[in-house]
Write a protein that binds this ligand. Structure first.
Ligand SMILES: C[S@@+](CC[C@H](N)C(=O)[O-])C[C@H]1O[C@@H](n2cnc3c(N)ncnc32)[C@H](O)[C@@H]1O
Length: 198
C-alpha cells in the first residue's frame, strides 16, 4: 500500500522537515548518530543530516527510499538508507544517540510495543528519543493518519511506554499543518522528546 502511494514523482509528505523536528532541532547535534525510523521520502533524515547528525534512515518502501536518496543528493548531504520492515528491524543495543520517529502510527498496539522497546534498546544511555504523531482526537479532524483509534498516542501511553526516561517535552496540541498532501489541515498532534537514563 505504501509503496503504491509513493509511486508518483510528487513528495507525498513534502520535502521540508516536520515542524516538530524543527521546533526541537537543538537535539540534532553535529557528530551524533541518529536513526530515522519509517522515514519515508527523506524529509526528516535530510534535515538531521543537514544539522550534522550521522544519519541512518530506514523504511520498507523502495519507492520512498528512491526519493529519499534523490532528496539527500539534491541537498548535498550523506544519509545511509536501508530498506526494511520495522517489525524485523535488528535493534542493536546502544547504537544511536538519537531516534526520530515521525508519524509511524501504522503499528498496531502489540507491534508498537515491540518497536518502542526496540527504540529504548537501541538508544545509548543519555540518548534522545523524538516521537511525533496524532492523538485520538485526530479521528474528528480526518486530515491524515490512521483511522484506527488504538494506534494513536495519548500522553499516558507515551509516559508508560518510556517509563524511566527523562521527559524533556510532552505536548498535546491542535495545529494546522501543511506537510504534503499526506498530512494537511487542522490536526490533533502529540510530541514527545525524552532522554534515556544515563
Ligand atoms: C505516514 S508515513 C511517514 C513518513 C515519514 N516518517 C514522514 O514523516 O514523512 C509512514 C511511513 O511508514 C512506512 N512504513 C509502513 N509500514 C512500515 C514497516 N512495517 N516498516 C518500515 N516502514 C514502514 C511507510 O512506507 C511510510 O513511509
Amino acid at each position: 500500500m505504501w509503496n503504491d502511494r509513493y509511486n508518483t514523482p510528487a513528495y507525498v509528505f513534502g520535502t521540508e522537515p516536520a515542524d516538530f523536528l524543527v521546533a526541537h532541532a537543538d537535539h540534532l547535534r553535529p557528530g551524533i548518530k541518529g536513526l530515522a525510523v519509517a522515514d519515508g521520502e527523506g524529509r526528516n533524515s535530510v534535515f538531521m543530516a543537514q544539522r550534522g547528525v550521522e544519519t541512518l534512515a530506514m523504511d520498507m518502501s523502495a519507492n520512498a527510499l528512491a526519493k529519499a536518496k534523490a532528496l539527500a543528493e539534491a541537498r548535498g548531504v550523506d544519509v545511509t538508507h536501508v530498506e526494511a520492515s520495522i517489525t524485523d528491524w535488528d535493534w542493536a543495543p546502544a547504537a544511536f544517540d538519537l531516534v526520530v520517529a515521525v508519524f509511524i502510527q501504522f503499528l498496531s498496539p502489540p507491534a508498537r510495543d515491540a518497536v518502542f522497546a526496540g527504540m529504548v534498546k537501541t538508544l545509548n544511555p543519555g540518548g534522545v528519543l523524538m516521537l511525533h504523531g496524532y492523538r485520538p482526537e485526530q479521528l474528528d479532524f480526518g486530515t491524515g493518519g490512521p483511522r484506527v483509534v488504538e494506534n494513536l498516542y495519548t500522553e499516558a501511553l507515551l509516559r508508560e511506554s518510556f517509563r524511566g526516561f527523562e521527559i524533556l517535552a510532552l505536548e498535546s496540541y491542535d495545529r494546522e499543518i501543511d506537510e504534503g498532501v499526506g498530512h494537511s489541515g487542522m490536526s490533533a498532534l502529540i510530541d514527545l522528546v525524552a532522554r534515556k537514563p544515563g
